[in-house]
Design a protein around this ligand. Sequence first.
Ligand SMILES: [Zn+2]
Length: 160
Amino acid sequence: MDTPPPAAVAVEPPPVVCAKCGGTPIETGHVAPLCIACRDTLVRRPLPLWLRILTVCTLLLVIGSTIAGIEPFRAAINLKRGERAEQRQDYATAYAAYQKVPAKYADSTRVLIRLAYAAYHTGHDADLRRILRALEGRSASKAEIADVNHLLDQIRLRGR
Ligand SMILES: [Zn+2]
């Protein structure tokens, strides 16, 4: 007796329902059988909380250090600009640069002495008097004291 030919093995049809919600239709062309709505939800899964906290902390640190670094940077830049202008005897540029030194640093003895020189050479006499009063009684380095004395000599010689 002949055995009957084996029945054709039924090829399992691809799943036609979403593996997550059971809905239809599923989106074709992907390995995981998911409907469009479920795939979108899974793709847009929010970042874990620890990663969000870490990101916020990192951003705050970057922003904080940037803000903290701007003022001393502006002070250094304008002091350097002023000193370079003074070397060229461009006292108007020097005066403008020293005045752009942020207030927090503008009261330093070094800045005040440079500003006094620039004010003297540009005829800002009222400002010069204010600066000299601000310098009175300060402790300063030998070089700074020599600078101020040199300026005072110049002022006396010119009778201003
Ligand atoms: Zn679904």
